[in-house]
Design a protein around this ligand. Structure first.
Ligand code: ADP
Ligand code: MG
Length: 890
């Protein structure tokens, strides 16, 4: 036995696979097998479809002082004793097979102590097929019709897969057929082991969904055993060469044909995708479940023989059955496999039946067997360690080295844990009390393994060809054979095979060895046989020619129809081109219109914006206009008011000035009259003096120089108002007042023409009076009292009427003089002037003497003032006589 060299493979760059960061935990399932005999003590109870409970056996409980209690363990799923192989397959294996068919890797292993049902679960028995035969069956049920011909896929020796063309594959098939007398169709063979017949009932057959029909598939199986950390290929053909055996007899022990030759161990290698593979391991291409079984049983048999021959403990070996599925897309015609190695997808499902997990002590092994057992235990120990480190790395983010290389088993599966794939483990348990302690260890390992995560495999890329190629190709072939049949030609398309059969059906040639010169039978017999062959050949040639002609005409027909069709296609392509052009034109037109529409939209946008600006301006201007109008109206009304006020003021001022002017004129007049009067008086006195100094001249009444213009305006008031003739210095004879009694005095009622007629209730009533508009000496001489009705506009705008009364005296010179005694004031509101609050005394309610008294007081005061002012020759306002022009008019 050769120890595998522990050479380190140089690190290659990581494969360019799409990186996948999705991970799934290792799926751990538990299968509880039934007890062998019913009266055995049971220490496992399924309490839920995911949980089992372990009860410590009675003996252990007593011994360990309660350390062993009831413990529960949970799994992805627990399968009880009644679970059928089919149910288990459905849950555990089917998804893995599905994955393999879709190009993803899977690993399934059974773990448990010896006798717990690992082999039963994996392989099964007659009528109770395990996961392995069921997986194979499912694969072939799924890919059956899409399998490639044998040798189209050809494994290279680096765990890769090559594609051969049809011819090479055919040649290789013929070569193999000629080398070994292997029956071509597995269905025709006899089953080697009737023990394993009918493992799967037909009704249990299942199939994967979504199989790519446009791919071609091939299944390759390998079967290896790992024993004592050595890998053996269970499918290796033992070189049985009788010559070699004989020739080699000198050096090595002589071996007969049937002699057992110990298998050579194999080494592990890493391929360019970092997948581990057993270098030089046999990969048998199988085309059906039966054929695959056949291969499996052969390996099984070999294993058994080796175990017996080498005195090995079968429970101490790990067996690995590898189902490799190669798939490649069909070419564009859907007829042949695409000749492109890069398009080949290889996926594999490893079904591992691990060695019993029990510790060495339990098996009472001795010597070399003990050492082997130690090694076997060592590999399971390594498996446990690897799981622990992996879990720790994943959970704690550490990067500890996982010791895969410490054992062949772990090294072989390295890529499943490091790379990607789906990993599932079935923990098999026997509920019997004897296994309790070992089962506990199994449970702990199982619990820990569940926490390890494995990268989820990614979907394989899709090739660029149109789907449905295979179906179209089949339809085409069907149609072809139908037409051939119509024309009476050969239906079978496999002409070479038919010819072969035909050749084989020829009668064999008779022996042509002539040993006797007198033999006259051999040659004629040979001639006869050759003639018969010649005839047959002739007829075959005829047949061939007939068929060839038929085929030729058919081909011509087909050519014609093909031409027609091509013409049609050409025509339609032309139409299509026109339509395309039309579409292009319309597209460009649409483009143009779209551009235009966009342009217009843009313009509209701008106009809209401009409109908005203008509207805004308009609003602002309107607003301004309104405010200005408001202001204008306000200003206009203000102006009107001002105008009215100004008019009033102008009017007032005018009136005032008119009054003022009139007053001044009157004052001047009065002054001048006074002066005149003084001169008159002086003249009179002078005249009197002259007259008195000339007694001879009788004193004549001095003629008053009268200027009619002056005389007319002369006011007696002026005389009375004037200072008495005292200033002349001449002594004036005192006059006595004319005697008069109340009621019969005679009044000179002086009313200037400028006076206004007032309709007041209280009018001065003077009976028997001499009414004058201008006082004359004549009138004064006839009366002894004088009253002047004087009107003026008071400061409050009312017409004030004053009755200025005086007494008439005879002057020494015979003239008349008036002395004012009192002034009575009457007030009348001026209708044109703004109304005033103060009314004349008459308008007030009669208040008796008090009011009158007040009035008199006022008059007295004014009189005294008036008299004083007279002395200053300057007239006060009290003596103004004026009338209003406007008043006089109406
Ligand atoms: P292992 O491979 O773990 O050593 P086996 O698969 O050889 O155990 O099983 C030991 C025995 O138990 C076999 O005879 C098998 O038929 C039987 N057995 C195991 N599991 C079951 C089960 N689930 N149902 C019925 N029989 C079982
Ligand atoms: Mg077993």
């Amino acid at each position: 036995m050769l120890r595998p060299t522990k050479g380190k493979t140089p690190r290659r760059p990581a494969p360019k696979k799409p990186y996948n960061n999705q991970k799934d935990p290792v799926g751990v399932y538990c299968r509880v097998r039934p007890l062998s005999c019913d009266d055995e003590e049971c220490c496992i109870e399924v309490i839920h479809n995911t949980t089992i409970q372990l009860h410590a056996p009675d003996g252990l409980k007593a011994n360990r002082n309660g350390e062993y209690k009831e413990t529960q363990y949970s799994f992805k799923k627990v399968f009880g004793i009644k679970t059928t192989q089919m149910e288990l397959f459905e849950d555990v294996s089917k998804p893995l097979v599905d994955d393999v068919i879709h190009g993803k890797n899977g690993l399934l292993f059974t773990y448990g102590v010896t006798g717990s049902g690992k082999t039963y679960t994996m392989t099964g028995s007659a009528g109770q097929g395990g996961l392995l035969p069921r997986s194979l069956d499912m694969i072939f049920n799924s890919i059956g019709p899409y399998q490639a011909k044998r040798f189209v896929f050809k494994p290279d020796d680096k765990n890769g897969m090559e594609i051969q063309n049809q011819v090479d594959a055919l040649l290789e098939r013929q070569k193999r057929d000629s080398q070994q007398n292997v029956p071509k169709t597995p269905s025709s063979r006899q089953r080697l082991d009737p023990e394993f017949a009918d493992m799967i009932r037909p009704e249990e057959a299942c199939k994967a969904d979504g199989v790519d029909e446009d791919s071609s598939y091939s299944v390759f199986v390998s079967y290896i055993e790992i024993y004592n950390n050595y890998i053996y290929d269970l499918l290796e053909e033992t070189p049985v060469d009788p010559l070699k055996a004989k020739w080699n007899s000198g050096g090595t022990p002589l071996r007969s044909n049937t002699e057992f030759i110990p298998p050579q161990s194999k080494i592990l290698r890493e391929d360019q995708n970092h997948n581990m593979y057993v270098a030089g391991c046999t990969e048998v291409e199988v085309k059906s479940t039966d054929e695959a079984f056949d291969v499996f049983w052969k390996g099984q048999k070999k294993r058994r023989i080796a175990n017996t021959q080498l005195n090995r403990e079968s429970s101490r070996s790990h067996s690995v059955f590898i189902i490799k599925l190669a798939q490649a897309p069909l070419d564009a015609d859907g007829d042949n496999v695409l000749q492109d190695k890069n398009q080949v997808t290889v996926s594999q499902l490893c079904l591992v039946d691990l060695a019993g997990s029990e510790r060495t002590s339990r098996t009472r092994a001795e010597g070399s067997r003990l050492r082997e057992a130690g090694n076997i235990n060592q590999s399971l120990m390594t498996l446990r360690t690897c799981m622990e480190v992996l879990r720790e790395n994943q959970m704690c983010g550490t990067n500890k080295m996982v010791p895969y290389r410490d054992s062949k088993v772990t090294h072989f599966f390295k890529n499943y844990f490091d790379g990607e794939g789906k990993v599932r483990m079935i923990v098999c348990v026997n509920p019997k009390a004897d296994d309790y302690e070992e089962t506990l260890l199994v449970m702990r390992f199982a619990e820990m393994t569940q926490e390890v995560e494995v990268a989820r495999p990614v979907d394989r890329p899709i090739c660029g060809f149109a789907p449905g190629r295979r179906q179209r190709n089949l339809a085409f072939k069907d149609e072809l054979s139908r037409r051939l049949e119509e024309r009476g030609g050969p239906v079978d398309t496999e002409i070479p095979a038919a010819l072969n059969q035909l050749l084989q059906s020829f009668p064999p040639l008779p022996p042509c060895e002539i040993s006797d010169p007198s033999d006259d039978q051999t040659l004629p017999r040979l001639i006869e046989a050759l003639e018969r062959r010649h005839r047959m050949r002739q007829s075959m040639i005829e047949e061939y020619n007939r068929t060839a002609n038929m085929l030729k005409s058919m081909l011509q027909d087909m050519d014609g129809s093909l031409m027609n069709k091509e013409n049609l296609i050409h025509q339609q392509q032309g139409q299509l081109g026109e339509k395309d052009k039309c579409i292009q034109d319309q597209k460009s037109e649409i483009d143009r219109l779209e551009k235009k529409a966009k342009m217009l939209e843009y313009k509209i946008d701008i106009l809209q914006k401009t409109t908005n600006i203008y509207e805004e301006d308009k609003r602002t201007l309107q607003h301004e206009l309104e405010s200005r109008e408001h202001r204008l109206a306000r200003e206009q009304s203000e102006k009107k008011r001002m105008e009215a006020r100004m008019q009033g003021m102008v009017y007032d001022t005018k009136l005032q000035w008119e009054k003022e002017c009139e007053r001044r004129v009157n004052a001047k007049q009065l002054e001048m009259q006074n002066k005149l009067w003084v001169k008159d008086e002086k003249l009179k006195q002078l005249k009197a003096i002259v007259t008195e100094s000339r007694p001879e001249n009788p004193p004549a009444r001095p003629e008053k120089p009268q200027r009619p213009s002056r005389e007319k305006d002369r006011l007696p008031a002026k005389r009375s108002a004037s200072p008495s003739p005292v200033p002349t210095g001449a002594p004036v004879r005192p006059h006595h007042r004319r005697s008069h009694s109340a009621g019969n005095e005679r009044w000179v009622d002086h009313k200037p023409v400028t006076n206004v007629e007032l309709d007041t209730v209280m009018q001065p009533n003077l009976p028997n009076s001499i009414k004058v508009s201008t006082p004359s000496e004549k009138a004064l001489s006839k009366a002894d009292k004088y009253v002047l009705t004087h009107q003026e506009v008071a400061s409050d705008g009312e017409i004030q009427t004053k009755l200025i009364k005086g007494e008439v005296f005879k002057t020494r010179s015979g003239g008349q003089a008036v002395q004012f005694t009192d002034i009575e004031t009457l007030k009348q509101e001026n209708p044109t002037a703004p109304s005033r609050k103060r009314r004349s005394s008459e308008n007030q309610p009669p208040q008796g003497d008090g009011n009158m008294q007040g009035g008199w007081t006022d008059v007295e005061n004014r009189c005294s003032v008036a008299v004083e002012m007279r002395a200053g020759s300057n007239l006060g306002p009290g003596y103004q006589h004026h009338g209003y022009q406007k008043r006089r008019k109406p």
